[in-house]
Design a protein around this ligand. Structure first.
Ligand code: ADP
Ligand SMILES: N[C@@H](CCOP(=O)(O)O)C(=O)O
Length: 291
């Protein structure tokens, strides 16, 4: 039997819709995997009561099927579902890494990404790899059809998760179908700035690169209090703020020493709107770890 800790992730980071992702140092799912005749899944932890244990409906089952390796799987959720923090991806990543080790399949971390993305196809309708790539490989990742480019960044972050549920499948329906060339030009500039910031471990550049005028405004409309919480984080010293993944989590980049005041400011603003929330003072961190 193997045990894997796979981290939550934040996809898109504003300007990198369906491409950029970052592993978060916390929270994480912890998954135990043991080879078996047929796949069975047992769930525990945050929001597990809302997640089906049927292998046909759980991302863990989809990944075991894609790898043609049935297993007894026990998932302890640290990342609640429909959070915008790659909850489904954390389980998918952990199962891919766990089965690879338990069956000694010999895949590299990058080779495991498309298998784990089959879990995302099951729950969101598309095999987007921007959450599973960082959860498996760690750091900041650029996932394209050609493969994954990974950067070992360590930018300090605050992630604020309100008690609102937004399914990724629903939030993909509000994504605009087209954009003006002028918007695309601006987005390319922002995305390039963010990548430079990750390479330099520079929170100012990363924050600038998190601006986005194409996908994020449509997603922000689904999150009560978004504009106020974003403003509060910027006033408290965030270098950039955007929707994490498909939401409702909101992510802020910052200098290390600003994490605490930013977390308090975001929580206070949500509380002022009558919305319960929790904040993680985190950073770009490691990928899935085997125990
Ligand atoms: N192992 C799993 N972990 C989390 N969610 C899962 C899992 N298996 C299936 N799901 C389903 O996936 C959906 C959550 O995924 P998603 O909307 O992408 O959330 P998130 O934004 O947190 O990744 C829920 O409908 C949940 O029931
Ligand atoms: N690129 C995807 C990312 C979804 O992330 P999640 O954490 O909300 O599942 C999208 O924006 O739809």
């Amino acid at each position: 039997m193997v045990t894997v800790r796979a981290p939550a992730t934040s996809a898109n980071l504003g300007s990198g819709f369906d491409v950029f992702g970052a592993a978060l140092s916390k929270p994480a799912d912890v998954v135990r995997v043991e080879p078996a005749e047929a796949t069975t899944i047992e769930m525990a932890g945050a929001g597990s009561e809302f997640i089906p244990e049927d292998p046909e409906k759980n991302v863990a089952g989809a990944v075991a099927k894609a790898l043609e390796s049935p297993a007894t799987i026990r998932i302890d959720k640290g990342v609640r579902p429909s959070s915008g923090l790659g909850s489904s991806a954390a389980s998918a990543a952990a199962v891919a890494v766990g089965i690879n080790a338990a069956y000694d399949l010999g895949y590299s971390r990058e080779e495991l990404v498309p298998y784990a993305a089959e879990g995302e196809a099951l729950v969101s309708g598309e095999a987007h790899a921007d959450n599973v790539a960082p959860s498996i490989m760690g750091g900041f990742t650029i996932a394209t059809p050609e493969g994954v480019t990974q950067v070992d960044a360590s930018i300090p972050l605050v992630v604020c998760l309100p008690e609102i549920v937004i399914s990724t499948r629903d939030a993909r329906r509000v994504v605009p179908r087209s954009a003006q060339v002028s918007q695309i030009v601006e987005c390319v500039g922002r995305a390039a700035t963010l990548v430079a910031g990750m390479f330099r471990d520079d929170p100012d550049l990363v924050g600038q690169g998190m601006e986005d005028g194409i996908v994020t405004p449509a997603r922000a409309d689904l999150i009560d209090g978004y504009a106020d919480v974003r403003e509060a984080a910027l006033e408290a010293g965030a270098t950039g703020v955007t929707v994490s993944g498909a939401g409702p989590a909101i992510i802020a980049a910052c200098e290390e020493r600003r994490r605490k005041p930013i977390a308090s400011a975001m929580l206070d603003r949500f509380a002022g709107e009558g919305i319960e929330a929790r904040a993680y003072q985190t950073r770009v961190g490691r990928g899935a770890e085997l125990f």
